[in-house]
Design a protein around this ligand. Structure first.
Ligand SMILES: *Cc1c(COP(=O)(O)O)cnc(C)c1O
Length: 381
C-alpha cells in the first residue's frame, strides 16, 4: 500500500458490529467480562480502548512501523521514552530543540539522575565524541525547531547502531508524508500529533511508533503504568485528521515554498531559514531524506530588533499570532519570547534564535492572501 492510501486505510477495519466506516467513539472506561479475565480484548480504557487502538494502528501504518502508541500530548510521549532510562544513563540530544522537550529533559529528568548532552548534529560525526558506556538514547529533531536545520538520520543511525544506542526521532515537523525515520534506521519515532497529524488545531496528542516487539512491550507497559493516555474523542479527531494528511501536506509544502521565496527577496528581511534553498547548509541531505520541504520556515529582519518582530506579528491579519503549528490555518510565532522562552538567552542565541526571528507555520489558505498579509505587516517596520 502506498502512502496516500495508507493515511485512509492503513491497518483500519470497518466496525465489526455495525459496519460503521469510521470507528465509533467508544466513550467507555470499562468492558463487560463473561467470567473473570474473559473478555473481548478490552478490560479497562487506560490499558486499551478500541477508538485508540484504531488510531494507534493508523500511527504505525503511516510511519511504516509495527506498533503505535497514543498519548495525551507530545510531551507525554517523550516522557514515556525517557522512562526507559535509569539513573546514571545518558542522552545525547540535538541542541536546537523544541523548548518543551528541553524543559522536560533538564528540569524533570535531570533531577532523576539522567544526564543530557545538547550538541549540534549538523555533522553526525560530532556525536561520537559524546558517546559513553552509559549512553542509551540519541534524540534527534529534524527539521529542527525553529531554525530548520537538517540532521542526517541515516548517518546518526550508523552511530547509534555501532554503539547499540536507541535512536529516537521527533518527526513532528516533517510528518511521515515527508520522511519515515524508521526506514532510515531510527528505533523510535515520536510525534506531537497536536500538529500536522491532527492538523486542525483542535486537539493535543502525542504518538510513538516502533518496529521492535520488545521495545514496544516496554513502552506499552510504561503507557499503561503511568497512564498518560488520550481519550476516545481525541483519538477519533486525530484519526480523521490523518485521512487528509497527504493533501494538506502537499499544499503546506507548495505554500511554504512560495512564501520562503517571497521573503528571501524582501528588502527588510535578513535571513530566511527553509531547507528547500540550495544555500541551506544541509540542503543536500534534506533533498535526499525528505520528499519535499514542508510548511515551516523562520526569518529574521534587518537590524535584528525585537520591536520590529513584534510589529510584524502584532499586525498580521490572516496569520494568527499563536503557539503551535501544523494546522490548516497559518500561524506566526516569536520563538525568543514564546516557544523558546524556557531556554536561557545565551543558549538561545548560540543556536540562532535571535530577537527578530519570526517562525511561520504556513497554512493551506490562498498564497496571494498570505503574501499580501506579510507585505502589509513588513511595510510597518
Ligand atoms: C509541539 C511539539 C512537541 C510537544 O508536543 P505537545 O503535543 O505540545 O505536548 C514536541 N516536539 C515538537 C517538535 C513540537 O512541535
Amino acid at each position: 500500500m502506498k502512502f496516500n492510501t495508507k493515511t485512509i486505510h492503513g491497518k483500519q477495519q470497518h466496525d465489526p458490529s455495525t459496519g460503521a466506516v469510521m470507528p465509533p467513539i467508544y466513550q467507555t472506561s470499562t468492558y463487560a467480562q463473561t467470567s473473570p479475565g474473559e473478555h473481548k480484548g478490552y478490560e479497562y480504557s487506560r490499558t486499551g480502548n478500541p477508538t485508540r487502538t484504531a488510531l494507534e494502528n493508523a500511527f504505525a501504518s503511516i510511519e511504516n512501523g509495527n506498533y503505535g502508541l497514543a498519548f495525551g500530548s507530545g510531551l507525554a510521549a517523550i516522557d514515556c521514552v525517557l522512562k526507559l532510562l535509569k539513573p546514571g544513563d545518558e542522552v545525547i540530544s540535538t541542541n536546537d530543540l523544541y523548548g518543551g522537550t528541553y524543559r522536560i529533559f533538564t528540569q524533570i529528568f535531570e533531577q532523576y539522575g539522567i544526564k543530557f548532552h545538547f550538541i549540534g548534529m549538523k555533522n553526525a560525526a560530532t556525536i561520537e565524541a559524546y558517546v559513553t558506556k552509559n549512553t542509551k538514547i540519541i534524540w534527534v529533531e529534524t527539521p529542527t525547531n525553529p531554525m530548520l536545520n537538517i540532521i542526517d538520520i541515516k548517518a546518526v543511525a550508523r552511530v547509534s547502531k555501532k554503539h547499540s544506542i536507541l535512536l529516537a526521532v521527533d518527526n513532528t515537523f516533517a510528518t511521515p508524508y515527508l520522511q519515515n525515520p524508521l526506514d532510515m534506521g531510527a528505533d523510535i519515532v515520536m510525534h506531537s500529533a497536536t500538529k500536522y497529524l491532527g492538523g486542525h488545531s483542535d486537539v493535543v496528542m502525542g504518538a510513538l511508533i516502533v518496529n521492535d516487539k520488545e521495545l514496544a512491550t516496554k513502552l506499552y507497559f510504561i503507557q499503561n503504568s503511568c497512564g498518560a493516555i488520550c481519550g476516545p474523542m481525541d483519538s477519533f479527531l486525530v484519526l480523521r485528521g490523518i485521512k487528509t494528511l497527504h493533501v494538506r501536506m502537499q499544499r503546506h509544502c507548495e505554500n511554504g515554498k512560495i512564501i520562503a521565496i517571497y521573503l528571501a527577496q524582501h528588502p527588510k528581511v535578513e535571513n530566511v531559514f527553509w531547507p528547500g534553498f540550495e544555500s541551506h547548509p544541509n540542503h543536500k541531505i534534506a533533498k535526499e531524506q525528505m520528499r519535499d520541504y514542508g510548511g515551516m520556515l523562520s526569518f529574521s529582519t534587518k537590524g535584528n530588533r525585537m520591536k520590529d518582530a513584534f510589529t510584524v506579528v502584532e499586525n498580521l491579519n490572516i496569520f494568527t499570532l499563536a503557539e503551535s503549528l501544523g494546522g490548516v490555518e497559518s500561524l506566526a510565532g516569536h520563538p525568543a519570547s514564546m516557544t523558546h522562552a524556557a531556554i536561557p538567552r545565551e543558549e538561545r542565541e548560540k543556536i540562532g534564535v535571535v530577537d527578530s526571528l519570526i517562525r511561520l507555520s504556513v497554512g493551506i489558505e490562498d498564497q496571494e492572501d498570505l503574501i499580501a498579509d506579510l507585505e502589509q505587516a513588513l511595510a510597518l517596520i
